[in-house]
Design a protein around this ligand. Sequence first.
Ligand code: NAD
Ligand code: 44H
Length: 400
Amino acid sequence: MTANSNTPSKKAVHFGAGNIGRGFVACFLHISGYEVVFADVNGTIIDLLNANPSYKVIEVGSDGTSESIITNYRAINSKTHEDELVEEIATADIVTCSVGPNILKFIAPVIAKGIDKRSEDLEPLAVIACENAINATDSLAEFIKAPQNMDPSRAQDIGKRARFANSAIDRIVPAQDPDAGLNVKLEKFYEWVVDRTPFKDHKPPSIKGVMWVDNLEPFIERKLYTVNTGHATAAYHGYNRRKSTVYDALQDRYIQDEVKKALQNTADLITQKHGIDEDEQRAYVDKIVRRISNPHLEDAVERVGRAPLRKLSRKERFIGPAAELAEEGKDCSALLDAAEMAFRFQNVEGDEESVELAKIMETHEPEDVVKMVCGLQENEKLFPKVVEIVKKVQADSQEE
Ligand SMILES: NC(=O)c1ccc[n+]([C@@H]2O[C@H](COP(=O)([O-])OP(=O)(O)OC[C@H]3O[C@@H](n4cnc5c(N)ncnc54)[C@H](O)[C@@H]3O)[C@@H](O)[C@H]2O)c1
Ligand SMILES: O=P(O)(O)OC[C@@H](O)[C@@H](O)[C@H](O)[C@H](O)CO
């Protein structure tokens, strides 16, 4: 897969040269004819990218392996070379990011400067956040337009210089082997759905593989509450049963049943809320269970369970759907079982949020934990159920 050399050169700046960044977003921008300028704070990755003119994207699955070569990129350290990056953004066609939802506020200032410097003779910059979070691009746009980052008068007519489109991005990219260098191993499946509505009066950027839709909400909720709910359920149960990978976890009959029950809980919500056909959702679930069971990915439960405070928050894969189901008096018990396992994901090596979670659990009353971590309020039907879970986990920790 290489870009057609006759394609006029277009430029994309991509924040986050990590797994999904190199393996999916940059790969598809590359085959769509963009020069990709990576921006990252990891000096080692930046140096490697600048020293190597190509890297491989390796798709692995039951029907074999296939490789693509990615070229035509540069890399800039956003911590040390901000001015250079501002110039690149001011003249780019697209800015994408896959840095993690909690990092958006840190990349916003430099994007704001680049947008502000942009000539209005150019098409507006297309900004698309590729994170596992509902409306991540809106969150990024809010940070960009905040008065500390942009003069309010410029924020008001920012639409002349930039358009912000939410997206749902789906492809499993595990942590890479330490000796993999820049190469990225990932699954064959991919889905990248982007909101078309911000480009109504302009042409949306041309990116191969993107599905443009007028209503993104069903796509992002279905993705987060199926792929990520199922994945995290397997990972947290797996972690607590000492499994190494999601594949190993799913070999355990009990965990497999818990995943299926959690995905039945979310299917009950999604099919009704978004008018999705039940058979279609069943097929989607089956496919996801097959995808996360891919033995070639060797996806560690610690990666999939990473950042438990984010994953236990209000709009995320467990509490988001469970709160809505509880309000309707529907079953959300498997989601709560998985949330309990997430509360037990404490002090995991290399995971700051799991250390923070342990401190919060040790020093706060159960009701306060539920308010702080899950963003639930006392008047919500789910609140007492999660309080009971927290009490149980706290009691078990005291016994240990
Ligand atoms: N890996 C997947 O399977 C997958 C799939 C879909 C979506 N996502 C989402 O993509 C995002 C990234 O996930 P990942 O697995 O690629 O993680 P990753 O850790 O491999 O990559 C994140 C990259 O962001 C960089 N970064 C951190 N702070 C930065 C900053 N201030 N400025 C610039 N770069 C910064 C890191 O150095 C790292 O290279 C997350 O939101 C994740 O949920 C991941
Ligand atoms: O990236 P997170 O931490 O939100 O979730 C971990 C995994 O579930 C996730 O990265 C999946 O691999 C991905 O969302 C598949 O599309």
